[in-house]
Design a protein around this ligand. Sequence first.
Ligand SMILES: Nc1ncnc2c1ncn2[C@@H]1O[C@H](COP(=O)(O)OP(=O)(O)OP(=O)(O)O)[C@@H](O)[C@H]1O
Length: 375
Amino acid sequence: MIEAVGLTKRYGDKTAVHDLSFQVRPGAVTGFLGPNGSGKSTTMRMILGLDNPTAGSVTIGGFPYRKLPNAPRQVGALLDAKAVHGGRSARAHLLSLAQLSGIPARRVDEVLGVVGLQEVARKRSKGFSLGMGQRLGIAAALLGDPQVLLFDEPVNGLDPEGILWVRNLMKALAAEGRTVFVSSHLMSEMALTADQLIVIGRGQLLADMSVTDFISANSADFARVRTPDSEPQQREKLTSALTEAGGHVLPELDGALRVTGLALPRISDLAHEADVRLWELSPHQASLEEAYMRMTQSAVDYRSTVDQRSGLQQPLPPGVQPPMPVPGQGQPGWYAPPPPQPGVPYAPPAPAAPGPETPNPYAAPAEPTKPEDPR
Ligand SMILES: Nc1ncnc2c1ncn2[C@@H]1O[C@H](COP(=O)(O)OP(=O)(O)OP(=O)(O)O)[C@@H](O)[C@H]1O
């Protein structure tokens, strides 16, 4: 088991990880999710003893990594697939790692087979594609047949067949009773791969729950309602009628309305009473990706703005409507379903009152740039 308690990492005045506590259990794939710059890699580096926490601690099987007996045989990790001497062949790279950890050479050929690199094993890795590099990194992680595995963005650069392979590999490793901790930006991928989720934003814990709980809490039903495109006043009239009846109405990208809080027959009756014609009334479910974005949207460091194309904009052809805004671009919460109800499992834990020694660094605006890694 991996256990973090109050884990904190500051680089100068930049706080990468703040008071993070979680457990990663054996026999399950635990997905580690968070937007860019949220502190996933920093956390993984601290788990592996590559970075020292500023405060708090993290242990594997009760030991900090550096005190773990025979660590390379107990813990395998893929952190940076590019961290390979490009002049060496895949086989030579794995052989040197095996020698350092007292692993027999025949194990190298086994893991090359597991990751499907036998054919290119004697080729220099500098000619490898991103996906081949990822496979080599995964082979290195598996070398010591470890009980604990950490993978930082393992599907990065893989094609659909490769993604499916990684997904099945993670599940198989967990089914053998291993602890599998895997970071990703993609909720949709983690929903298919992981059993447990740990979600962070700006270095802080946003959610720690099972995927099943996340799905049941976030697969909110909603209705899509569309009025005739040529009659915007009908859309406004319907919006007022639905809102007055207790519905929650949000515009969709294509001009339809997303309605929650009212059953489909009720929406139909209300439209009829308001004398509004409908072109569409259909049942839908919010995607998990959307729920994840809603959860993390206030913790996104790198947010784009709408391109104003100053001085470059072409006049729109007659009759063409300006485009609707894009989710995440300048209008937080614009397309999101209503916030969760109190008591649902994914509500983030109430942040502990910051004591004098642990001021919450997120009270201040985030820095927009990623500083150079001085290592
Ligand atoms: N060595 C370092 N020196 C200074 N700041 C750092 C260093 N390493 C990370 N950071 C900062 O800490 C924050 C967290 O970075 P980290 O790489 O852990 O995030 P991440 O969630 O892995 O991001 P991504 O998904 O983009 O890889 C970022 O703001 C980053 O700029």
